[in-house]
Write a protein that binds this ligand. Structure first.
Ligand code: PA5
Length: 410
C-alpha cells in the first residue's frame, strides 16, 4: 500500500481552523461534482468500455490521438505496465509532422483502431491528427461509411463536434463524464480502452484507487494527508514553490510527466502555484540532483521508492577493479535501493524538503493508488491556496492568437 513520510526540519503550520478546513475538504471530495473521486465505484464506465473493446479487439495497432489530459494518463499507464497482448501502441499527442510521419510508417492502418480522445471535441491538435488519419484511411481504400470499423471516439456526453460527427459516421463513442476534466480523466474510458487493449487489469487499477479513497476519508489517515498539504503550503509561503517528482523507476518516468501537467495546469493561476519539475532516479542523480542538493533550497521533492522489482540481475562478476568488485555481492535492485537511500540521506543532511513515498511494486494497484493520491493532493492544495484546480483559463490566450493567425493566413 502506498505510504508517505515527510522528511524535513520545517514543521507544517496547521491553521487554527484546521478542523473546519478539513471538513470543507471532505465535503468537496464527497460532493458528486468532484467526479474523479467517485470513479472507483462507477462500474458503468468500465462496462461500456469493455463492450467497445469486445467489438474491436481483433486490431493489432492502437493509435491513441489526444493531447494534455486526454493523452498523458494513458501514455503513463502504457509505459509503466507495458502492452502485454502484443498490440502496438502509437500516441499521437503533438503536431510535429516529422514525428507523425515516423510513427505512421510503423502502422498498418487497416489493422489499427484509431481512438480519438477529446473532451471538448474541438482541440486543434487532435482535430488535425484525426483529419490526417481519415485521409490515410481513404488512401488505403477505406470510405466514410466504413469509418466505424476503424475509429472510436471518446468525448463529452452531449457537446462538441466529435459528438456530432460520431452520429454522422456511426462511430462507437465513449463518454468522459461532464464533471471530470481532462487531467483527472485517466480512470474513465479515456484510459480504460487503451488499458484493455494492453491487457492491463482495470479492476485492479480501480481497486488501488478505492484503497486510497478509503484511506483519505478515514478520520485519522485523512488528517495525515491534510497535514502533508498544510506542510506544502507552509513551505510555499516561505518561497519553497517548486515541486520535484522523482520516482526511482524508469517505468514511472512518464508518471512524472503526468504529474507535471496535473500540478501545473491545476494550481498555476492567479499569480500563485508550484512549479513542477519531472525527474527519475537513479538516472537524474547524474543530472538534476546536483541542483536539488546544493542549488536554491526552494523545492519540495517527492521521491518514490519501489520496494520490489519483478525482474533482477546479479552483479556477480570476476572483472578486476574495485568498482566492479564492490558491486559483485549484490543484485541490480540492491544498487537501486542503495542509491535511493543514499540520496534520501544526503538530501536530509542538506536540509532539503523531501516526501518519501513507497509503493510495493510497479503494478496496477499501485498506479491506481498513485493517481488518486496525487489528484486528491492537487485539489486539496488548490483549496488551501485558493485557486480553482479544475479550470485552465491561461491556455486560452495562446489558442485565440493561434486561431486568428490561421484566419489571417488562410
Ligand atoms: O486537463 C485538461 O483539461 C487539458 O489538458 C485537456 O485535456 C487538453 O487541453 C485537451 O483537451 P480536450 O480533451 O478537450 O481535447
Amino acid at each position: 500500500m502506498l505510504n508517505w513520510n515527510i522528511l524535513s526540519h520545517e514543521e507544517a503550520k496547521i491553521s487554527p481552523d484546521f478542523e473546519k478546513t478539513l471538513k470543507i475538504y471532505h465535503d468537496t471530495l464527497s460532493s458528486p461534482d468532484t467526479g474523479f473521486f467517485h470513479l472507483p465505484q462507477n462500474k458503468d464506465l468500465l462496462n461500456e468500455t469493455k463492450a467497445v473493446y469486445e467489438k474491436m479487439k481483433h486490431k493489432n495497432y492502437f493509435i491513441h490521438v489526444g493531447i494534455g489530459g486526454s493523452a498523458l494518463g494513458p501514455d503513463m499507464f502504457l509505459k509503466a505496465l507495458g502492452s502485454k497482448k502484443g498490440v502496438e501502441f502509437i500516441f499521437v499527442n503533438n503536431i510535429d509532422p516529422d514525428d507523425l510521419h515516423r510513427q505512421l510508417s510503423k502502422v498498418k492502418i487497416k489493422d489499427a483502431l484509431i481512438y480519438i480522445v477529446s473532451k471538448s471535441g474541438t482541440t486543434a491538435e487532435t482535430v488535425a491528427a484525426m483529419s490526417i488519419l481519415a485521409g490515410e484511411l481513404n488512401k488505403a481504400g477505406v470510405t466514410e461509411d466504413q469509418y466505424q470499423d476503424y475509429f472510436v471516439f471518446c468525448t463529452d456526453p452531449v457537446k462538441g463536434d466529435l459528438r456530432k460527427i460520431s452520429s454522422q459516421w456511426s462511430v462507437q463513442t465513449l463518454s468522459v463524464p461532464a464533471n471530470i476534466g481532462g487531467r483527472f480523466s485517466v480512470l474513465t474510458p479515456v484510459g480504460f480502452l487503451p488499458m484493455l487493449f494492453a491487457g492491463i487489469d482495470v479492476e485492479k487499477v480501480l481497486n488501488g484507487a478505492a484503497q486510497i479513497q478509503k484511506k483519505l476519508t478515514d478520520p485519522n489517515e485523512g488528517k495525515d494527508f491534510f497535514r502533508l498539504a498544510c506542510w506544502i503550503k507552509t513551505l510555499h509561503d516561505k518561497g519553497i514553490n517548486q515541486t520535484v517528482m522523482m520516482p526511482y523507476s524508469s517505468l514511472l518516468k512518464e508518471f512524472s510527466a503526468w504529474f507535471v501537467q496535473l500540478w501545473a495546469e491545476s494550481l498555476g493561476k492567479d499569480g500563485k502555484g508550484l512549479t513542477p519539475i519531472p525527474a527519475y532516479g537513479a538516472t537524474d542523480q547524474h543530472s538534476q540532483i546536483q541542483l536539488f542538493m546544493e542549488g536554491p533550497n526552494d523545492k519540495t521533492l517527492f521521491l518514490i521508492e519501489v520496494e520490489n522489482f519483478s525482474q533482477d540481475f546479479s552483479l556477480k562478476n570476476t572483472i578486476s577493479g574495485e568498482a566492479f568488485q564492490m558491486l559483485s555481492p549484490f543484485n541490480l535492485s540492491t544498487l537501486m535501493k542503495a542509491e535511493f537511500e543514499g540520496t534520501l540521506a544526503a538530501l536530509k543532511e542538506n536540509q532539503r524538503h523531501v516526501v518519501h513515498l513507497k509503493i510495493s511494486s510497479v503494478n496496477e494497484e499501485a498506479l491506481g493508488q498513485l493517481v488518486l493520491f496525487f489528484e486528491c493532493l492537487t485539489v486539496l492544495i488548490g483549496r488551501i491556496i485558493k485557486v480553482d484546480p479544475f479550470n485552465q483559463p491561461g491556455v486560452e490566450g495562446g489558442k485565440k492568437y493561434a486561431n486568428s493567425w490561421l484566419k489571417s493566413h488562410s
